[in-house]
Ligand binder design. Structure first.
Ligand SMILES: NC(=O)c1ccc[n+]([C@@H]2O[C@H](COP(=O)([O-])OP(=O)(O)OC[C@H]3O[C@@H](n4cnc5c(N)ncnc54)[C@H](O)[C@@H]3O)[C@@H](O)[C@H]2O)c1
Length: 353
């Protein structure tokens, strides 16, 4: 088809993550040189620049977003991700999706459900020639995430699950995508410089240098809607996912706890993460680390999402199907199989080469 953008993407959920991604796409749209692309891990990936990505369809349920141009909807409350770049209207309106379990008791008070008719999602994905659908629903929206995965299957799109529920890491879903001849990636996006990445890197550094880590925890507080949803509906699940991911950084067993702790509204989209690490080094002498990392949550997902989109396009072009391990291991906290940081990097580098 003439004049089609090179990578056609649909966003499921126009919350804070979507806001950072849309702003980032406009920020990096014309970047062609490395010195112009500070903040990106990869300017070119598989021959694709960020400017080759185009959002062609979007879905949400909030009355302040549905029917609006995507670039207006991303700044509508309750989104509180900061304005990080100038955005021009893109002519893509937000469609109304079904609510299903999209809202918990707490988020029900801050999301205003639109009374617009529900869109035929699979039909829209087909009509817009969407190649990759990205699930950015709240972590508690387990049924809704699965429903959108079914729509992607029906429309013939690749599916990326940024949420922490288990789709790519669930063998029955992976089989369905395999049968449909479509790529699948997930679950639970890993941030560019997030608490999990930093924690794993520190543990690896310590164990590499002969320190025996005995106890460690990572706790965080945030002020985005997702932190509120986590507090109510997915705290235990997030704790399991993060703890498993962090444990994999050590070549031996230690006491590890990693999870989201609380919602602090005035932090807005910021996230404060606290780390405590205790271990023994030379002659059993104790060593300890007490650290705080402060980040803005949504932009922390931007660079990784740009890589995942372009890698998923490579998978589509190569006719790969089912859960794509190099993408899952590189960019997600809960891939189908946990591998070391080095192995994940190596697998991804080989994949995009
Ligand atoms: N750095 C990060 O922000 C980061 C990192 C890893 C994973 N994630 C995951 O990405 C997901 C999105 O995070 P966020 O901060 O953007 O969340 P958010 O709460 O800001 O956005 C979720 C959006 O989904 C919409 N929604 C709810 N139910 C819906 C439905 N049934 N259909 C369509 N839209 C619906 C909400 O109205 C909202 O706009 C979460 O699952 C989060 O755990 C985010």
């Amino acid at each position: 088809m003439p004049n089609l953008p090179r990578i056609r993407v649909a966003l499921i959920g126009v919350g804070n993550c979507a806001s950072a991604l849309v702003q980032g796409l406009q920020y990096y749209r014309n970047c062609k040189k490395n010195e112009e692309c500070l903040g990106l891990r990869n300017l070119v990936l598989g021959g694709f620049y960020p400017g080759d990505i185009e959002i062609v369809a979007t879905f949400d349920i909030d009355a302040r977003k549905v029917g609006k141009d995507l670039t207006e909807a991303i700044f509508a409350p309750p989104n509180n991700a900061p304005k990080i770049s100038e955005v021009q209207p893109v002519g893509v309106l937000v469609n109304k999706g079904p609510v299903l379990d999209g809202l918990g008791q707490r988020t029900r008070n801050i999301v205003e459900v639109s009374n617009q008719p529900e869109d035929n999602v699979a039909k829209t994905l087909k009509q817009t020639d969407t190649e990759i659908a990205i699930n950015l629903l709240p972590s508690g929206a387990v049924k809704a995430s699965e429903w959108y995965a079914e729509q992607a299957l029906a429309a013939g799109c690749a599916f990326v699950n940024a949420a922490p529920n288990f789709i790519a890491s669930d063998s029955s879903w992976a089989k369905q995508f395999e049968k449909a001849g479509l790529p699948l990636a997930g679950d639970d996006l890993i941030d560019q410089v997030g608490a999990t990445t930093l924690h794993k890197t520190l543990l690896q550094l310590l164990s590499m240098n002969g320190v025996h880590v005995t106890e460690t925890y990572q706790l965080d507080v945030g002020g985005g809607t997702e932190s509120l949803d986590t507090l109510e509906r997915t705290r235990d699940m997030k704790r399991t996912v993060k703890t498993k991911s962090v444990e994999s950084a050590l070549p031996y067993k230690a006491e590890v706890v990693a999870g989201s702790t609380d919602y602090v509204d005035f932090l807005q989209n910021k996230r404060d993460s606290y780390f405590w690490i205790k271990g023994m080094h030379f002659c059993n002498v104790p060593v300890q680390i007490d650290l705080k990392l402060s980040t803005v949550d949504a932009p922390n997902a931007g660079s990784v999402l740009l890589d995942v989109i372009r890698a998923s396009k490579i998978a589509l072009d190569r006719g790969l199907k089912g859960a794509i391990m190099p993408i899952c291991a590189y960019a997600f906290k809960h891939p189908p199989k946990t591998v070391s940081l080095e192995k994940a990097e190596e697998m991804f580098a080989d994949f995009i080469a």
